[in-house]
Design a protein around this ligand. Structure first.
Ligand SMILES: Nc1nc2c(ncn2[C@@H]2O[C@H](COP(=O)(O)OP(=O)(O)OP(=O)(O)O)[C@@H](O)[C@H]2O)c(=O)[nH]1
Ligand SMILES: [Mg+2]
Ligand SMILES: [Zn+2]
Length: 313
């Protein structure tokens, strides 16, 4: 039976790009519905599936989901119980960031990075809209690129308006399944339109009043790249709620903390108030960024840990 990749899910229909390069609109065999992860569709964009095509060669039925290499799930908000699957079988995840119109906080970036670490997906940071940056933004860009490169994340700075540095970004995407995520209005779809001409994805100016995006992209969708690989465009998200791991694992999700973790005086050090903490020492010595540490503390203080711990009791 033919195989293919799920490139779009509307909840009732799944668009499957068959290995024969034809597009099939597929339904699910009833049984998967029953086994589905609660609150999300059991089939993810990016899934490789076996499907049974109908005689029309345009529709079909998904009969098997092949084992996933990985996937990303996030919570709708920090407090929400509802989880959203972003995609599966990715090689790289890119958080698209803007320092203005709209502004992305490092708290958002770090929650994204922690999630990618938890799922073992190589994460990258793309600073977009650099054509809009003034002197202050440029200094911020430089500081953030230093911090995140130091932490081990490849950083890119581009403009979907001028096309600046786009070839460098394309080179990093080539041959991979790439996920783009970020706030609404940061230019995910605009960048993809430039990276893969002809897609004509809908883009919309951010609200003049709020300075925020208008949630233009409404479905997660995967597009083949002519230069090799795939790009997954996603709807803008407001927050990146963490899921699937415990409070005491957060420090390990900060790659630049890792080499200090076993040097703390207490083996169960939370790196908050304990004496003899090697992470805090590294910050004092300037070996670890204070900004990243502050976001670590902020993640530890997120309300959902308590909620989650209560739910388990
Ligand atoms: N000046 C400037 N504008 C940009 C740039 N990239 C995107 N924009 C504009 O920003 C607005 C939002 O871009 P979109 O591509 O729709 O943003 P998005 O991230 O896909 O938003 P959602 O689909 O809502 O998540 C559009 O008006 C784009 O033209 C850029 O590099 N520079
Ligand atoms: Mg979009
Ligand atoms: Zn410590």
């Amino acid at each position: 039976m033919p195989e293919g990749r799920v490139i779009k899910s509307t909840g009732t229909w799944y668009n499957v790009l068959g290995d024969d390069a034809a597009l099939y609109r597929c339904k699910l065999k009833g049984v998967f519905r029953m086994k589905g992860i609660s609150s999300t569709s059991p089939v993810f964009v990016g899934d490789k599936v076996v499907f049974h095509p109908e005689a029309d060669r345009m529709t079909g039925t998904i009969v098997q989901i092949l084992p996933r290499n990985n996937y990303i799930i996030r919570k709708a908000t920090r407090l929400s119980k509802v989880s959203h699957v972003m995609a599966s079988n990715m090689d790289k995840a890119f958080v698209i960031v803007s320092l203005t119109k709209p502004r992305t906080s490092t708290g958002f970036i770090d929650r994204f990075l922690v999630t990618a670490e938890a799922y073992h997906i190589p994460a990258n940071i793309v600073f977009n809209k650099i054509d809009l940056y003034d002197g202050h933004h440029m200094q911020m860009l430089k500081d953030l690129m230093d911090i995140y490169s130091e932490a081990g994340y490849p950083c890119f700075y581009v403009s979907a308006l001028t096309g600046q540095n786009l070839e460098i970004l394309k080179a990093a995407m080539k041959g991979n399944v790439n996920l783009f995520a970020g706030h609404s209005g940061v230019g995910k779809s605009a960048l993809i339109n430039l990276i893969q001409p002809g897609l004509n994805l809908k883009t919309e100016e951010i609200s003049e009043y709020h300075g925020k995006g208008l949630h233009t992209t409404t479905f997660i969708e995967m597009h083949p790249l002519a230069f090799g690989g795939y790009i997954i465009d996603t709807p803008g998200v407001k927050e990146f709620g963490l899921i699937d791991f415990n409070r005491n694992e957060v420090a390990e999700r900060f790659p630049e903390f890792r080499k200090y973790l076993h040097l703390c005086r207490f083996h169960n050090c939370t790196h908050v108030h304990e004496p003899g903490c090697a992470v805090k020492q590294a910050i004092e010595n300037g070996q670890v960024s204070l900004l990243r540490y502050e976001n670590y503390l902020s993640i530890l203080n997120d309300d959902y840990w308590e909620k989650q711990e209560k739910d388990y009791r």
